[in-house]
Design a protein around this ligand. Structure first.
Ligand code: NAD
Length: 368
């Protein structure tokens, strides 16, 4: 399917999105922080977690499902552990606070395990691993979405998991290596992008109520009327996990670690069958490489990464990439040339701005 995009300079997009959140009731610093992290997802090529989320976040703010101006509460604490409550604040505010809490503990003790519950959507998890890596720490993150079931388990058709990302970040002297992916075949936001006329999701990413495999976003959102805010409660189908039983097993473990252990709860069952507030849970483990008694960690990692990349390409002209490489390349490219958005995505953000009394900035005409 052909679709039109428009390329928006990063500073224009960032300022516009920040203004939208500020007009909706956030302090300017929070508005700017939300915009920064949404753009970070777009810059790394994960448009599913970028500014496309703006209309939905504003709706949630209006409905009281996410709150402006929140901070973390410490529910339980030991020298190496904590359970933090995000109080349904914006994930872009709660995420950095939770990560910084873990960094401080791991710097003291060499390692820390921090459970976060009741956080607003924390978006691209790679941002949090990058933050830990900037502080010199390895980090491992297991994430779920309370009351956010969208994904069928291996062998089933009914939704039982959320898209449950797993992320591992390793610092090196040449920048971090970040593995960061959803355990569903595609992140929900990629179905959202496809539903807006963007890149279609791969065949078989979704499964229907009778077990039929599909790539049709309507499996998730039901009839896609002329509404800009998609509602995943309306579809009868589900996303599928990647890697058959293996991805399904990882998704299951995310529920146990990010949902049961943090006390935030699993993605289902949804109380009363009705979706209320959707919030992320995350178990994060932070490790200080210097405290393990081994030396030359960074050199050893970089030597090995070079060795892996030197594997002969499977296809002529192909290339072996290591985790995080596609994102850092896309970031360089988009910082220079701007962020391509589907015209439908841009229109939805503009509708949200108009409703808040803001005029959208002028942007370049769409590319064919
Ligand atoms: P994806 O399928 O694009 O996989 C991304 C990972 O694979 C990255 O680590 C990337 O470096 C690596 N990768 C990609 N191409 C590669 C290649 N050719 N060779 C080697 N490595 C390669 O990601 P996704 O599953 O669509 O997830 C997208 C984003 O959505 C992630 O940032 C994730 O954190 C986020 N997410 C968030 C939530 C939430 O609830 N907050 C839920 C689901 C997903």
């Amino acid at each position: 399917m052909a679709y039109q995009t428009t390329t928006v300079p990063t500073d224009v997009l960032s300022g516009f999105v920040a203004d939208i959140f500020t007009a909706a009731g956030c302090e300017p610093a929070e508005g700017a922080r939300i915009a920064h992290h949404l753009l970070s997802a777009n810059l790394t090529g994960h448009d599913s977690h970028g500014v496309i989320r703006t209309p939905r976040y504003i709706l949630w703010l209006r409905e009281g499902k996410v709150k402006a101006g929140q901070t973390i509460s410490v529910v339980h604490e030991t020298p190496t552990q904590a359970i933090l409550d995000g109080n349904y604040g914006f994930g872009q505010t709660i995420g950095p606070l939770a990560v910084d809490f873990g960094i401080a503990k791991a710097r003291q003790a060499g390692m820390a395990a921090i459970g976060l519950r009741n956080s607003g959507h924390i978006g691209r998890i790679g941002d949090w691993a990058e933050r830990a890596a900037e502080a010199g720490l390895i980090s491992i993150h297991f994430v779920n979405v309370q009351a956010g079931e969208l994904v069928a388990p291996f062998g089933g058709v009914d939704r039982r998991f959320s898209t449950n990302p797993i992320c591992i970040g390793v610092p090196t002297d040449k920048g971090p290596i970040i593995l960061d992916f959803a355990t569903s075949l595609v992140a929900e936001g990629k179905v959202l992008v496809a539903s807006n006329g963007g890149k279609p999701v791969p065949p078989g990413s979704l499964i229907g109520p009778s077990g039929e495999l599909s790539a049709d976003p309507r499996m998730l959102y039901g009839t896609i009327e002329n509404t800009h805010v998609r509602d995943s409660a309306r579809g009868e189908g589900a996303l599928r996990t990647f890697g058959e039983h293996k991805g399904s097993g990882l998704a299951f473990m995310c529920e146990l670690l990010a949902g049961c252990l943090t006390g935030g709860g699993t993605s289902g069952p949804i109380p009363g069958g009705k979706r209320g507030r959707i919030a992320n849970g995350m178990l994060s483990i932070y490790l200080a490489p210097g405290s393990f008694g081994t030396s030359g960690f960074s050199d050893s990692v970089l030597d090995y990464a070079r060795y892996v990349k030197a594997s002969r390409p499977a296809e002529t002209g192909g290339e072996v990439l290591i985790p995080g490489e596609p994102e850092s390349r896309t970031r360089q490219e988009r910082l220079k040339h701007g962020i391509p958005l589907q015209v439908e995505t841009w229109a939805a953000i503009c509708d949200t701005a108009h409703a808040l009394g803001l005029s959208p900035p002028a942007i370049p005409a769409p590319n064919a």
